[in-house]
Design a protein around this ligand. Structure first.
Ligand code: NI
Length: 149
């Protein structure tokens, strides 16, 4: 595993719509392993591949509950309710942290690192983190959605 450089706001890769993953090879596994290492080192709870300069639809989430969620080509298929909560991002200066409205619960359909489909249900902070990371794959940053407190 290796640490990757975290791309910051202003880099064009963060604003691109990332490409679907079609090859589930060692290269993808190395990318995901590196994303974990980079995320933990930066004390994050999630990281999307565009944040390490790779415009592919890959994200990882670990909110500290002992579950390491790897999402390849994720699609949020159901959203329920609403929550307002504070967000930040490893790619954005913390002075811009702010409140964002997200669904209270959701269902996400994704592939694992070997291309096997799965469905995952999340609520609360984990649902928030998944939404934040999925937005990254469409070139959307939380600062686009910050509301006044
Ligand atoms: Ni982010």
């Amino acid at each position: 595993m290796a640490l990757r450089n975290i791309f910051k706001e202003g880099e064009s890769v963060l604003r691109r719509v990332a490409r679907e993953v079609t090859t589930f090879d060692n290269r993808l596994h190395v990318l995901i392993d590196d994303m974990w290492e980079t995320m933990y080192k930066a004390d994050g709870v999630g990281l999307a591949a565009p944040q390490v300069g790779i415009a592919k639809r890959v994200a990882v989430v670990d909110i500290g509950d002992g579950e390491k969620l790897e999402l390849v080509n994720p699609v949020i298929s159901k959203r329920k309710g609403e929550q307002v909560g504070f967000e930040g991002c490893l790619s954005i200066d913390s002075s811009k942290n702010g409140n964002v409205i997200r669904p209270m619960s959701l269902v996400v359909n994704a592939l694992d690192r070997n291309g096997k489909p799965f469905e995952y249900k999340a609520e609360g902070f984990k649902a928030r983190a998944i939404c934040h990371e999925c937005d990254h794959l469409d070139g959307i940053l939380f600062i686009d959605k910050v509301i006044k407190a």
